[in-house]
Structures are given as C-alpha cells and as structure tokens.
Design a binder for this molecule. Structure first.
Ligand SMILES: *Cc1c(COP(=O)(O)O)cnc(C)c1O
Length: 392
C-alpha cells in the first residue's frame, strides 16, 4: 500500500463498533468489567483508551514499527523515551538537538546520574570516538534545526548495533512520509506531533514508535507509569491532522523548494539552508535516505537589525515559535529556539543574528514570494560586519 493510502486505510479508518467515519471520542476514564475473571481489553484510560489507541496504531503502521505511543507533548515523548536508560548510562546526542531536549538532558537527566556527550553526528567518526564503555544510546535529529545538517541514519545505526546501543531518531521535521528511520535500522522514532503531523497549530502532542515488541513493552511501562499520555480530544485532533499529512506536505515542500531557490538568488540574502538545494552540504545524503526535503528552510539576512526589519515588514507569515502548520511561520532562532545557547556556540553552528527560519505553509507560493520580496527590498543596508562563513 502506498503511503497516501496508508494514511487513510493503514489501520481501521472507521470505528469498529459503530462504523462511524472517524474514531469517536471515547471520553471515559474507566471501563465496566462484566466478568472479574475475564477483564476486557481496556480497564483504565491512563493504561489504554480506544481513541488514543487508534492514533497509536496509525503512527506505528506509518513508521513501519510494532508499537506506537501517544504522549501529552513532543517533550513528554522524548523524556519518556530517555527513562529507558538508567543512572550511570552515557548517551551520545546530536549537538544541535532541539532546545527542549538539550535542556532536559543537561538540567534533569544529569541530576539523575545520566551522562551525555553532544556530538556533531554528521560525522560517524566523531560519533564512534564518543562511544564509551557505559554508552547505551545514540540520539539523532536529522535534518537538524535550523541549519538542516543531515546525519547518515543507516551509518550511525550500524555503528550503534556493533556496540549494542539503542538508536533514537527525532523525526519531527521529516515525518514518516519522507523518512522512516526504523527502516534504516533505528530502534525508536519520536515526533513532536504538534508540528507537521497535527499540522494546524491547534494541538500539542508527542508520538513514539518502537521497532520491536520487547522495547514496546518497556516503553509502555514508562508511558503508563509516568502517565504523560495524550488526552482523548487531542488524540482525535492529531488523527484528523494526520489524514492530510501527505497532501499538506506535497504542497508546502514544493513551495519551500521554490522559495529556497528564489531566496538564494535575492541580493539581500546571504545564505539559504535547504537540503533541496544542490549546494547544501547534506543534499546528496538527504536525497538518498529520505524521499523529500520538507517544508522548513532558513536564510541569513546578515544582521539583527535587518532580521528585525524583515519581521516588521512581512505581512503573511505569522511570527512564532513552532513549525509544520498550514500557515507559514517565520521564527528567529537567535531569540527563540536557541536563545539559551551562548552566542559563541550559536555562531559556531551558523545560528547568526541574521538567521531566520521559515516553515512554509499552504499559501500560494507567489503570494509568499511577493510578501518576502517587498520585505527584503525594504531592508536597511548592511552596517554591522556580516558573519562570514568559514570554509564556504
Ligand atoms: C517542537 C519540537 C519538539 C518538542 O515538541 P513539543 O510538542 O513542543 O513538546 C521536539 N523536537 C523537535 C524537532 C521539535 O521541533
């Protein structure tokens, strides 16, 4: 079955009991047990709920895994997966991991006796040299945020297997439509379903899928034990969003590709990051391991003053933290997602004061181009010394 069809028919596309065309909201916290000796499938809604279960089954099918789990947020999914590890364990984590993940690892897990090394995972050699005797897992995000660095998932997974480590991939930017890490050897895939999967900026949710049943049982113990499950209404909203994932991404990604090329040719733009551009460092690898380049790109206008002027001048995109929605979202990494990172670290990663991230929505591309054009054409001249890209 092709992915588009799987989105609608991969699991039950109607309610098994009533035939309703969408899985109903089972707003129940507990379930009547007619026979104490033979308890039903569901007993208490933290442990299992039919609405949430429908979503969990759907994401497992789409990622090609065995068990799916829905959590109260992307961070709830991420922090729950980290609970698979124990005090004294060491993890190798992508250096430009999502800010919230970085914060949880460095401020909470460190307190519980887990050690983390942040590594440039685009280099399997650097990952290999970071592995220690107590290393238990590798955590990836590819393409990374906001400069879209691409990590070779299969290469890292085979390295991990050699050392008996779990590989976990945050697949939020790609979704299972474009990239399926489990098929490349990963053990667990995670999503902030707040982004492309939900897709409408109206729900906060997280998902995780395990490759095998044993790992699934371990994660279920944590989901049920910590209790950070996704609520019934939110599960329904995520399923509603999921049905149109391919249709939305087809339009947004095509638009993003056109915008990336257009921005690259604009004299007011110094650099564009989009893996669909043939001059992006990760272009080739991305084209091999994923079937698309997604709807997120970043571009540099040279200075904070010019970035601020652009934010003031655009009229269509909403200016916000987040991505992956029907409406185009413009964000400013230096003051939003990467505000807590020391300036020196930020600059090392190309996250300059002039860098702007664009998550392309469903507006007509030409309207977005016209809006960005009037904004870029009205930018003040470059006064601060522009950041120079070493070695490029
Ligand atoms: C947003 C995001 C998260 C966190 O998800 P929440 O739903 O906001 O908790 C994790 N990883 C990535 C890549 C994200 O973009």
């Amino acid at each position: 079955m092709n992915f588009a069809t799987k989105l609608l028919h991969g699991t039950a596309c109607f309610d098994r009991v009533t035939g309703a065309s969408s899985v109903p909201l089972y707003l129940a916290s507990t379930y009547h047990q007619p026979d104490l000796d033979r308890p039903g499938v569901f007993d208490y809604a933290r442990s299992g709920n039919p609405t949430r279960q429908a979503l969990e089954e759907a994401i497992a099918v789409l990622e090609g895994g065995t068990r799916g789990f829905a959590f109260a947020s992307g961070m709830a999914a991420i922090s729950s997966v980290f609970m698979l590890f124990s005090a004294g364990d060491h993890l190798v984590v992508a250096e430009d991991v999502y800010g919230g993940t970085y914060r949880f690892l460095t401020r909470v897990l460190s307190r519980l006796g887990m050690e983390v090394s942040f590594v440039d995972t685009t280099s399997p050699e650097l990952v290999a040299s970071a592995i220690r005797a107590n290393t238990k897992g590798i955590y990836l995000e590819t393409p990374s945020n906001p400069t879209l660095k691409v990590t070779d998932i299969a290469a890292i997974c085979s390295l991990a297997k050699k050392h008996g480590l779990l590989t976990i991939v945050d697949n939020t930017f790609m979704t299972p439509y474009y990239q399926r890490p489990l098929e490349l050897g990963a053990d667990i895939v995670i999503h902030s379903a707040t982004k492309f999967i939900g897709g409408h900026s109206d729900v906060v949710a997280g998902l995780a899928v395990t490759s095998d049943e044993c790992l699934g049982n371990e994660l279920y113990l944590i989901q049920n034990g910590m209790g950070s499950i996704l609520g019934v209404q939110d599960s329904w909203l995520v399923m509603r969003g999921l049905k149109t994932l391919k249709a939305r991404l087809d339009v947004s990604s095509k638009s993003a590709e056109k915008l990336a090329g257009w921005l690259q040719a604009h004299p007011a733009v110094q650099k564009v990051y989009y893996t669909g551009l043939s001059n992006h460092e990760g272009h080739q690898l991305q084209s091999q391991q994923a079937s698309g380049h997604g709807a997120v790109l970043s571009f540099d206008v040279g200075s904070r003053e010019r970035a601020k002027a652009l934010f003031d001048r655009v009229t269509l995109p909403i200016v916000a933290v987040s991505l992956g929605a029907v409406e185009t979202i413009l964000s400013y990494p230096a003051m939003m997602s990467h505000a807590s990172m020391p300036a020196e670290e930020r600059l090392k990663r190309g996250i300059t004061d002039g860098l702007i991230r664009l998550s392309v929505g469903l507006e007509e591309t030409d309207d977005l181009i016209r809006d960005l054009e009037q904004a870029l054409d009205g930018l003040p001249p470059q006064t601060e010394k522009a950041f120079t890209y070493a070695g490029r």
